[in-house]
Write a protein that binds this ligand. Structure first.
Ligand SMILES: N[C@@H]1[C@@H](O)[C@H](O)[C@@H](COP(=O)(O)O)O[C@@H]1O
Length: 259
């Protein structure tokens, strides 16, 4: 696991560098897209690079998760968020972005179909991630099986309170259920790039990097991934015990070495 502590703009550039390198090497790259505020600067950077010629025309993308039961046109439906924040700003082909169908009549079936769709592409090359204050990734709440696959989950009160800001502050308007890639699904991606900024994430980041692997802090499973990059700003790094070592390692990183 590589930990980079840097200002948010630099973190976004690093993540975008990795994505650009992948797209250049293999135009049919499969990206994993996350919602939430953490990846927004990365999406801005990718949109900027697209204007400068970076093409997503042959890429495909999979979303991490989706609320259950939000009307198709609801602005906070993750499908619409991803369309707004990234898909519509680059040249991803129509239908190139897929997400779990939170309005399916048969939700179990929708989850199984989603797993099959990801597998059919050969898997996600680079997965962008944020982290919840309780250590969840995608919507794998504390207690999630470390071996889980895409399935229906019940959101915690904490997550619904955290996400109420996207629903005009009304926690009761935040859905109670979601479909989410499981931890094993996420672990199948070839490169995980997690972004976290702000003091509210400091404990979750400490657990993720330095805590024992535990379903109580689901993101800790990333310690088992052979290629995981954890990109954090000073505030999110403020509880890291080995922060000085991570800073030194990054400062001394050879120029040719990417994330
Ligand atoms: N399902 C999403 C996660 O994918 C995201 O990582 C998390 C953190 O969000 P933010 O980046 O806004 O702090 O929020 C939601 O719960």
């Amino acid at each position: 696991m590589e930990v980079v502590i840097a200002p948010a703009d630099e973190l976004a550039r690093l993540a975008a560098d990795s994505i650009e390198a992948l797209l250049t090497r293999r135009p049919r790259t499969v990206l994993g897209l996350a919602t939430g505020s953490s990846p927004l600067k990365v999406y801005d950077e990718l949109a900027r690079r697209h204007k400068d010629g970076l093409s997503f025309a042959h890429a495909r993308a999979f979303m991490l998760d989706e609320y259950v039961g939000l009307p198709a046109e609801h602005p906070e439906r993750y499908r619409n968020v991803i369309e707004r924040e990234i898909a519509s700003r680059v040249d991803l082909a129509p239908g190139a972005v897929q997400g779990p169908d939170g309005n399916a009549e048969d939700l179990d079936r929708a989850c199984a179909d989603y797993e099959a769709a990801i597998a059919a592409t050969g898997g996600v090359d680079l997965q962008i991630l944020g982290i919840g204050t309780d250590g969840h990734i995608a919507f794998n709440e504390p207690g999630s099986s470390l071996a889980s696959r895409t399935r229906i989950k019940t959101l915690t009160r904490q997550t619904r309170e955290d996400n109420a800001r996207f629903f005009g502050g009304a926690v009761d308007d935040v859905p109670r259920h979601c479909l989410t890639q499981g931890l094993a699904t996420i672990m199948s991606a070839k490169h995980l790039v997690l972004l976290a900024t702000g003091r509210a994430k400091a404990e979750a980041v400490h657990q993720l990097v330095e805590g024992p692997i535990s379903a109580m802090w689901p993101a800790t499973i990333m310690q088992m991934h052979p290629h995981a990059s954890v990109l954090v700003d000073d505030a999110a790094a403020s509880r890291l015990q080995l922060a000085d070592y991570y800073r030194q390692t990054y400062a001394e990183k050879p120029a040719w070495q990417s994330l």
